[in-house]
Design a protein around this ligand. Structure first.
Ligand code: IMP
Length: 176
């Protein structure tokens, strides 16, 4: 069993209500009949959010995946971000939304947005379930934001600590 104490922060119900609102906003911004819409998840943390967000958007939506790593087993970023799974889909001239679990320093989002931009999408936006603005090191515009949180280490709903806690339906602060 993983170590640490969990203090509930955002319930599963709150997450689903917020995702329903975000899905409606995305559907209004990109109505059916236009270009193909891609939701590209930043693995591994955003996979649950991508799955629920896709089902909250009332139009055809394509799913893509990328993966960048920066965190090790601890709770602090190692500093450099490396893409370990590139995008393997053709998103040229499409509407693309990068789906992130959390924007913390912003380094991961920056690297992944630049990676996707190099594939020539017509539009490129960012959806993040969580935003920790107090730790930002570079300006990142979050077009669809779920919740702002304080400078605390959170787990659940896709977010992990050393690969544990990802399958919790809500989000909790982890006290180690
Ligand atoms: P950034 O590059 O500093 O913005 O960090 C982004 C990545 O760090 C996220 O995709 C997460 O994988 C991880 N991360 C940042 N804060 C947390 C947290 O509070 N809990 C779990 N993972 C986090």
């Amino acid at each position: 069993m993983p170590d640490g104490q969990l203090e509930p922060r955002i319930s599963a119900e709150q997450i689903q209500l917020r995702i329903a609102e975000m899905g409606r906003a995305i559907g209004q911004d990109f109505p059916e009949g236009g270009r193909r819409l891609w939701l590209v998840a930043a693995l591994k943390g955003a996979c649950l959010f991508q799955a629920d967000l896709a089902r909250a958007i009332d139009r055809d939506t394509a799913l893509g995946f990328v993966r960048a790593v920066s965190y090790g087993a601890g709770t602090e970023s190692s500093g450099s971000v490396m893409i370990v799974n590139e995008l393997h889909d053709n998103i040229a001239n499409a509407d693309v939304i990068l789906v992130e679990d959390i924007v913390d320093t912003g380094r991961t989002a920056r690297v992944l947005l630049d990676h996707l931009a190099a594939h020539g999408p017509r539009t490129l936006r960012l959806a993040s379930l969580l935003d920790k603005p107090s730790r930002r090191e570079m300006p990142i515009a979050i077009d669809y934001r779920g919740f702002e949180i304080a400078d605390e280490f959170v787990v659940g709903y896709g977010l992990d600590h050393a690969e544990s806690y990802r399958n919790l339906p809500g989000i909790s602060v982890l006290q180690l």
